[in-house]
Design a protein around this ligand. Structure first.
Ligand SMILES: NC(=O)c1ccc[n+]([C@@H]2O[C@H](COP(=O)([O-])OP(=O)(O)OC[C@H]3O[C@@H](n4cnc5c(N)ncnc54)[C@H](O)[C@@H]3O)[C@@H](O)[C@H]2O)c1
Ligand SMILES: [Zn+2]
Length: 374
């Protein structure tokens, strides 16, 4: 088992990574001393596949288990599900030693974390992430939220878990599409902070897609080390350090919004295109060499991710990108790559550069052609 610490004073916690951790989760959680009654927020798919292993492990350590099943998809991050789960916990919570386990992908992690943050103004919770995306990204850092009709993640909090337990074995049942989804965030980490990680994925993308455990462990470890460091420096996303984790997310979120958060683009696919657009913008501002932009695009393609936008209108993406949370005082703000493993935050990017970069991804250019805006 490997360990990465998120250093946040009294809110510090460990991220534990390794194969077979699910069956050890009872003993790990018992040591945290956070309660004896676990409400495991999960969905039917995960309960069917891994519920018995998790329950047996917790029971063996003297922890009682109540499964709370939520819908499988972004629909679970709704005010309706939140209230339903809170009411169920209130009815169950007799002994006052209840805590939450978020057992699922990013959707369940975000919802369950928000449940934990709001029930009695905060009860302890543990993340047991089950998708690659959740293991490398969403389970770490304490950003928890539900979606409102007006926008995604609009009601939320910063609320740190007591531990993150990432069992690599549970990733073996992921669909290829979900594996690619997680690889997109790993490309992001390489592109913003870690050239060696980027190069490692370039070398090992086939093994990663084939779920080679050794390769996955290296990718997860290196990714969460970066996230843990940035969260430790800027827990509440106020100092600009955490902002670089948003590389590819300005246009990525706009693509998700323009497709109404449907299954057309999952998060990783949308940010894959967003990273290409940001690289195009960086090229347009002469911040990035064309060869480096091509290198990012090549790795994205190799990881089975899209680099072009299909079936969406330019206007809906353009409109949606204007609502980016990073934009301040009427100025836009982008995280732009300036070399492999390095990014810069750039304000007031000229509109024509943004428009051209989005349009380039909408157009069906001849294969392999890559133009930089002068
Ligand atoms: N809080 C953060 O910092 C943060 C960061 C990134 C993304 N997010 C959020 O994460 C969400 C996306 O998370 P996701 O990509 O993990 O999607 P997800 O949670 O919807 O999971 C994707 C699918 O995989 C299935 N699944 C999960 N684990 C499985 C397993 N081990 N085997 C087989 N199937 C499994 C799920 O049932 C689901 O159908 C979005 O809501 C996004 O906003 C949050
Ligand atoms: Zn993301």
């Amino acid at each position: 088992m490997n360990r990465v610490k998120v250093s946040l004073g009294e809110r510090s916690y460990n991220i534990l990574i390794g194969p077979g951790l699910l069956s050890k989760s009872g003993a790990i959680i018992k040591k945290l001393n956070i309660g004896r009654d676990a409400v495991v927020i999960t969905n039917k798919v995960l309960r069917r596949a891994y519920g018995v292993t998790l329950k047996n492990s917790l029971n063996k350590s003297g922890i009682s288990v109540k499964f709370e099943l939520v819908p499988d998809s972004e629909k679970a991050k709704s005010s309706r599900t939140l209230l339903k789960v809170l009411n169920h916990i209130a009815a169950y919570d007799k002994k006052r030693s209840v805590f939450i386990i978020a057992f699922g992908g990013g959707v369940i992690g975000d919802l369950a974390g928000f449940v934990a943050a709001s029930y009695k103004r905060g009860i302890p919770y543990v993340q047991i992430p089950t998708t690659l995306l959740a293991q490398v990204d969403s389970s770490v850092g304490g950003k928890v939220a539900i979606d409102l009709p007006a926008a995604k993640n609009l009601a939320g909090a910063f609320y740190q878990p007591k531990a993150v337990i990432s069992d690599i074995n549970v990733l073996m049942s992921l669909s290829p599409r979900q594996v690619c989804n997680g690889l997109a965030e790993i490309i992001k980490y390489g592109a913003i902070k870690d050239r060696a990680l980027f190069a490692y994925l370039e070398k090992n993308f086939r093994l990663a897609a084939a779920l080679d455990k050794k390769v996955l462990k290296t990718l997860i470890m290196r990714s969460v080390r970066i996230k843990a460091r940035l969260v430790g420096e800027d827990e509440f996303d106020k100092k600009g350090k955490r902002m670089i984790l948003n590389y590819g997310h300005t246009i990525g979120h706009a693509i998700e919004a323009a497709s109404s958060y449907s299954n057309r683009y999952n998060h990783g696919e949308a940010i894959a295109i967003g990273m290409c657009v940001a690289a195009d913008i960086a090229c347009g501002l002469n911040l990035l060499k064309r060869a480096d932009a091509e290198r990012i695009e090549r790795l994205i393609k190799r990881c089975g991710l899209p680099t072009k936008i299909e079936g969406l209108k330019f206007s809906s993406i353009y409109e949606a990108h204007l609502h980016d949370k990073k934009f301040a005082k009427a100025k836009n703000r982008f995280v732009l790559p300036c070399a492999t493993g390095d990014v810069r935050i750039v304000e007031a990017v000229p509109d024509r550069v943004i428009v051209a970069a989005i349009k380039r991804r909408l157009l069906n250019l001849r294969k392999g052609l890559y133009i930089c805006i002068p």
